[in-house]
Design a protein around this ligand. Structure first.
Ligand SMILES: CC(C)(COP(=O)(O)OP(=O)(O)OC[C@H]1O[C@@H](n2cnc3c(N)ncnc32)[C@H](O)[C@@H]1OP(=O)(O)O)[C@@H](O)C(=O)NCCC(=O)NCCS
Length: 307
């Protein structure tokens, strides 16, 4: 069942232990309220409760509606996040049954939906039981460097995320963020920046020629996250990543983190100073809902899609 506003706030108080690092309980609850009030969440986010016959909550999670295109047809895919069972209730199959029920509900409510995806922090086994398949996940890390962020790029993108270019037409299946989804990530930067009193990026990325990079500061992990690179080209990407490293340095962050995907892998292989590592946590998993959609066709898995 869908949670009421009061029930959402009750869950916030419980989930603080899992996701509230660096924040007091009050700050975490405020963060959750702020993020739920963001236009992207208001439009497509739901909090789900798995309850017993008496109405007691056994497990909870959130879903976010994302736009996706499969063989030229636009529809939605759903990203699941914040799967949570209280410690005393764990190991009894509550989370698994909730996932099964939610997938059924998504199928019923949105028969055109392309897929359900999630980013697992607890390995694959739990979600494999509900039919999800894990995909490879590699991170690329770069050190911050000194220098003028603007030098070498054609422009810095404004704080207010502009309309994004369309997804690459040659991909069979793409989940493609819109500007509101991108700004939802940046709302975290604004929140943590205010709470922790940190200087903010005040720019959502940079452009060189047709290639654009979108970023956000992650003050929780002290890193600059590359959310998305659109229309990557070799020379342009090199310059955009230098700008990202300089932005990380300006914000006193310890690294730039980029989620490698099929559009970036060929360029990143030869990039000097880039450290490539298998990802721990946030493992992308997918459950296709449309006939003919193969899990491995989800090739563009940028950090922008994480929820
Ligand atoms: C993960 C979580 C939601 C599972 O809830 P649950 O109701 O106990 O789940 P189920 O009983 O349906 O399934 C349990 C299975 O989940 C997997 N699992 C749970 N926690 C795990 C962990 N920390 N690491 C790896 N696998 C884990 C195991 O496969 C486990 O099976 P087992 O009991 O046979 O070992 C719960 O442990 C939790 O709330 N953890 C803290 C928040 C969190 O990490 N959420 C997941 C975000 S992706």
């Amino acid at each position: 069942m869908r949670a009421s506003e009061e029930q959402k706030q009750e869950r916030d108080r419980l989930t603080w232990s899992a996701w509230g690092a660096n924040l007091t309980l009050e700050q975490f609850c405020r963060r959750e309220r702020v993020l739920r009030a963001h236009p992207w969440a208001v439009h497509g986010m739901n909090t789900w409760l798995w309850v017993d016959e008496s109405g007691a909550v056994l497990s909870s999670c959130e879903s976010f509606a994302c736009t996706s295109v499969f063989r030229g047809l636009w529809a939605r895919s759903y990203a699941i996040a914040s799967v949570f069972t209280e410690e005393k209730l764990r190991g009894q199959g509550h989370a698994s049954r909730m996932m099964d029920a939610l997938v059924l509900e998504i199928r019923r409510h949105d028969p055109l939906a392309h897929a359900v995806v999630l980013y697992s922090d607890v390995g694959k086994a739990l979600y494999e039981r509900s039919g999800f398949l894990g995909l490879p996940a590699w991170d690329v890390e770069l050190d911050p460097c000194e220098g003028d962020v603007m030098e070498g790029v054609d422009e810095l993108l404004p704080e207010l995320v502009p309309e994004l270019p369309p997804p690459p037409a040659e991909e069979p299946f793409v989940i493609w963020p819109d500007r509101h989804q991108m700004d939802w990530h940046r709302a975290r930067e604004r929140f943590y920046g205010d709470v922790l009193g940190r200087a903010r990026s005040l720019s959502c990325g940079a452009r060189v020629g047709r290639s654009q990079i979108y970023w956000t500061a992650d003050f929780k992990q002290e890193q600059l996250l590359v959310l998305l690179v659109t229309e990557p080209e070799w020379k342009a990407l090199e310059r955009l990543l230098v700008a990202a490293r300089r932005m990380a340095h300006r914000l006193r962050l310890t690294r730039v983190l980029l989620w490698e995907d099929a559009s970036l892998a060929p360029f990143l292989a030869g990039l000097s100073g880039a450290r490539r590592r298998p990802r721990h946590g946030a493992l992308p998993m997918i459950l296709p809902l449309q006939e003919g959609l193969r899990p491995e066709e989800w090739r563009l898995r940028s950090r922008a899609l994480w929820v």
